[in-house]
Write a protein that binds this ligand. Structure first.
Ligand code: G3P
Ligand code: CA
Length: 271
């Protein structure tokens, strides 16, 4: 019995950092493009700024995905708002992504609040995977701020949430346990990377965790891990599924959720 409803038995397709092969990752355009593609859900990394705003950024530093530099957790939101988070992106063929001309918001840093506002405005039904990233200087503040923001969007601790499709993911078990304490009704996904110790590979998960998110390299070399988890009632998410062979492998194995930079291509393969 799995928590995620799989339309027609096929795996759910999640846009990783938005439709990040088509638009600059983690920009609003990446997410609205994903909505337009008809994905089943979105994935977003969150980090705390120096003034404790949650922003959607993968890397510890601003360098790769903006025209600025510096560690996100040491910069205030106002500084991140001054940067251009879109112009760095070049598509695989060397061209620039399709852009709505003169859109002043295009290169703007995306806060979690703006992303959730857009989700609520456009399509509340999407599965929303929020991954917390962890600079140690903030300890549990990341989770507390996340719960604060989710509450603003209707999540009341102890009641049924207004955002039933939110999942919180992390590589940090400590982070997941903090979330469990703050908002026990939100399902948790424990991320496991290929270099992780083998303890997770027998299908066991720490108590209170609902699902596992596996690095696709684990699934390539140890496919039996999918069944091992499902036998114990866990949903199995796999990232980052961009190649045809991996989509086919995951389909054969009955993976529940495919997280991809190329959701358009993955959905075309599943049709
Ligand atoms: O969806 C899980 C995946 O995003 C974890 O890896 O480095 O892309 O955040 P990363
Ligand atoms: Ca992520």
């Amino acid at each position: 019995m799995h928590a995620e409803e799989r339309p027609g038995g096929r795996p759910l397709v999640i846009a990783h950092r938005g439709a990040s092969s088509l638009q600059p990752e983690h920009t609003l355009a990446a997410y609205t493009t994903a909505f337009d593609l008809g994905v089943d859900g979105i994935e977003c990394d969150v980090r705390l700024t120096a003034d404790h705003h949650l922003v959607c950024v993968h890397d510890r530093r601003a360098n790769r995905t903006s025209n600025g530099t510096g560690v996100i957790s040491t910069l205030e939101l106002a500084r991140l708002e001054e940067l251009d988070w879109a112009s760095w992106k070049v598509l695989d063929d060397g061209s620039a992504p399709e852009a709505a001309d003169e859109d002043p918001e295009r290169g703007r840093i995306l806060t979690l609040r703006r992303l959730l506002t857009s989700l609520v405005d456009q399509n509340q039904e999407l599965l929303t995977l929020i991954e917390t990233k962890h600079p140690t200087r903030y300890g549990g503040l990341v989770e507390r701020q996340l719960v604060t923001v989710l509450r603003e969007f209707g999540l009341t601790i102890g009641d049924l949430p207004n955002l039933p499709h939110v999942r919180v993911m992390s590589f940090s078990l400590l982070a997941l346990m903090r979330m469990r304490g703050l908002a026990p009704q939100i399902p948790l996904v424990y991320l496991v990377e290929a270099a992780a110790p083998r303890m997770s590979f027998d299908g066991s998960l720490p108590s209170g965790v609902n699902a596992v998110g596996l690095d696709v390299r684990i699934v390539r070399r140890s496919p039996s891990v999918v069944r091992a988890h499902q036998r114990r009632g866990h949903d199995v998410y796999v990232w980052t599924v961009n190649e045809r062979e991996d989509v086919e492998r995951c389909l054969e194995l009955g993976v529940d959720v495919l997280i991809s930079d190329r959701p358009r291509d993955v959905m075309a393969l599943l049709d």
